[in-house]
Design a protein around this ligand. Structure first.
Ligand SMILES: [Mg+2]
Length: 314
């Protein structure tokens, strides 16, 4: 499978997961399979929770803003990414994470806003930097593991002052990078964990272990550790894109984000062609702060293709 297939799989797969999981957010485990029994096929997009069928949420909206910044600025321009996030937050998105909203509206400059929030609240390990990672993971992949994880940490730090969120986001970027290079992200877990900051390694090793499952989570999956752990668990326990996504949404809780993260991984692993067409057909990404645009599959594929070219070589 070529790299373009995998890059498109990651970008579109994450958006599909976001839209697929959105109607089940904060719901119980097993809700997707109750609505769409596994024997009847992959199941469909449906409306719910204020979302239209196939409508992507803040996860994908922020991922698109980040991706467009990378492409238009020709690299990682942190103040520009932050400014785009702020424009998005000010344009009344249907959903925005509590922590992200506070950081983007507290009036502090880009390099202080998240740190100040963390200093005041002492908790900033939400999954909000994990959820928007598909495009940036594709973009930085050609630069190799160190540059990929470094960029991931910096992007996460824009909204999340807790290093736990940086490390989880860095792990996800690296696993997507491995998949894009035809590697198996599950085989890459030990090597990736070795690149995690020592103070955070043990906690990630626990949720990424082969015998971990969402029932062992010690906090809701709106937190970065069980969110990443659940996505890797969904990938490990299944052998197709639709089955991985079903498993992710069936975890319950923060279903759109767990499925968005799973979709990035499964999309990179199985490629764009593995994503059911009846999931991509209704997919659409309204983009607050984006001039009234609504992105659909052709725009997302174009974004994935341009991101796949990576940072301009110096
Ligand atoms: Mg969301």
């Amino acid at each position: 499978m070529n790299r373009t297939q995998r890059a498109a799989g990651a970008v579109v797969g994450s958006a599909v997961g976001d839209a697929l999981g959105a109607p089940y957010e904060f719901g119980p485990a097993g809700a997707f399979s109750e609505r769409f029994p596994p024997a009847a096929g992959p199941g469909g997009m449906r409306a719910g929770g204020g979302w239209d069928a196939g409508e992507a949420t803040d996860d994908t909206q922020m991922a698109v803003h980040l991706a467009e910044s990378l492409l238009e600025r020709g690299g990682l321009d942190l103040p520009d990414v932050f400014a785009r996030f702020r424009r998005w937050a000010a344009d009344d998105p249907k959903d925005i994470g509590l922590q992200t909203e506070d950081v983007l509206t507290n009036g502090m400059p880009w390099d202080l806003a998240a740190a100040v929030h963390f200093q005041v609240n002492l908790r900033a390990a939400g999954n909000g930097s994990l959820m928007r990672a598909a495009g940036s993971a594709v973009y930085f992949a050609p630069a190799g593991p160190a540059a990929t994880m470094d960029a991931a940490r910096r992007i996460a730090a824009l909204t999340h002052g807790d290093r736990a969120a940086w490390e989880g986001t860095a792990v996800l970027h690296e696993l997507v990078r491995v998949a894009l290079a035809d590697g198996d992200p599950l085989d890459a877990l030990p090597a990736t964990l070795a690149l995690v900051d020592a103070e955070h390694r043990e906690r990630y090793a626990a949720v990424l272990a082969p015998d971990w499952h969402p029932g062992l989570a010690t906090e809701p999956n709106g937190a970065v550790w069980p969110c990443l752990g659940s996505a890797v668990w969904a990938l490990r326990g299944t052998s197709s894109f639709p089955d991985a996504l079903r498993a992710a949404v069936d975890v319950g809780g923060d279903t759109d984000t767990v499925a968005a993260v799973t979709g990035a991984l499964a999309g990179a692993r199985y490629g764009f062609d593995a994503i059911p067409a009846h999931w991509t057909e209704p997919l659409h990404v309204p983009l607050p702060g984006g001039g009234g645009r609504v992105l659909r599959l052709p725009e997302l594929l174009s974004l994935a293709e341009r991101l796949g070219e990576g940072p301009p070589s110096r």
